[in-house]
Design a protein around this ligand. Structure first.
Ligand SMILES: [Zn+2]
Ligand SMILES: [Zn+2]
Length: 341
């Protein structure tokens, strides 16, 4: 078995059957698996999944207060814009292009830290980063942590059921996994700590950076716009944190082959270039699968890429020291040759 195929913890229903076909679990199997991965009494290694649920539960009162006490249409616009554009684009800039694909470099660790905490903190980096490498190597195949062929709930519950690091890695394998994370600034576990906690990141760092981030953002938002604005932004964060999971399903065309000629050039997987995630967050996903290491994914003239615009501005002011940009290569390979024909 290749290294990349064993770094995630296998769900109890397995990835594939004896004919190497994807096992599509029932909804009951999926929810049962999630429940077992949240049970901290069964194993303390479940802390990282439980943390997400605690985070969601902690955000619900903000949503309740926003709806019952502070609702206004102006704030509703803030909620939509923050969720769709700010959180979405930050996800692309931070988790996706920097932490996972190393598509650009910061000129100083301080800029990296500020970029990490530019929005209200949600997901622990390792959940996204490690499993996303597996997604690229096994897209739409058994073992893909958010295989769209598995259905909507296969993707919605992927964080718990399929994206966690395997607790059974050898010291050498664990050290290889840490190489996916070393540049992120996240405090990583030693092998001994990993054996105890089952995670790549240290729990104390993960929980402390979450709490300090929330205290900072609530205080700042309170001074700008009172409890009303703070509740609106935290509600918005909650909505993003829940619904972003559906992107893994829709970004791969809900498990169907929906490529469009002249738009989706990568036919090796089901990913598609969707306009809304593209324009709002820079996730031109089919382009991205062609050039995962590119800091830009909007290649065609109308494919606005806000994440790239932000990265390029950071480069211009010296915050980013270098980046990869595959636009020229893409145009040369797919657009210019097509036009010549
Ligand atoms: Zn994908
Ligand atoms: Zn990617």
């Amino acid at each position: 078995m290749a290294f990349i195929d064993k770094i995630l913890r296998k769900p109890s229903y397995g990835w594939q059957n004896e004919n190497q076909e994807l096992i599509v679990p029932t909804k009951a199997q999926l929810f049962n698996e999630t429940l077992s991965r949240l049970n901290i009494f069964k194993s303390r290694k479940n802390w990282i999944s439980l943390q997400t649920i605690v985070m969601i539960v902690c955000m619900v009162p903000f949503l309740f207060l926003f709806i019952t006490q502070y609702f206004s249409w102006q704030l509703m616009i803030v909620v939509v814009l923050y969720s769709v554009i700010v959180m979405g684009t930050h996800g692309t800039i931070w988790f996706h292009r920097y932490c996972t694909h190393k598509a650009y470099k910061f000129s100083h660790p301080l800029w990296r830290f500020l970029t990490q905490h530019m929005v209200v903190k949600t997901l622990a980096e390792e959940i996204y980063v490690v499993s996303h490498h597996v997604h690229h190597s096994t897209s739409d195949q058994p073992g893909d942590p958010y295989n769209s062929r598995g259905g909507l709930w296969y993707c919605m519950l992927a964080e718990f059921n399929h994206q966690r690091v395997s607790p059974d890695l050898s010291e050498e394998e664990f050290s290889k996994v840490t190489r996916f994370m070393q540049h992120t600034g996240v405090k990583l576990n030693s092998f001994k700590q990993y054996r105890k906690w089952g995670s790549v990141g240290h729990p104390l760092y993960t929980i402390a950076s979450w709490l300090l981030n929330w205290i900072f953002w609530y205080t700042l938002l309170y001074f700008i716009g009172g409890n009303a604005l703070a509740c609106a932004i935290f509600s918005s964060t909650l909505l993003w944190f829940i619904f972003v999971r559906a992107f893994n399903y829709t970004g791969h065309a809900k498990g169907k082959e929906k490529h469009i000629d002249g738009l989706d050039f990568d036919r090796s997987n089901l990913s598609v270039n969707q306009t809304r995630p593209g324009i709002f967050t820079g996730e031109w996903h089919n382009n991205h699968h062609l050039y995962p290491g590119s800091a830009r994914a909007g290649f065609l003239s109308y494919q606005i890429d806000p994440a790239w615009i932000f990265i390029f501005c950071m480069y211009k002011v010296g915050v980013v020291s270098s980046f990869h940009d595959s636009k020229k290569e893409f145009l040369k390979k797919y657009v210019l040759t097509t036009n010549k024909i």
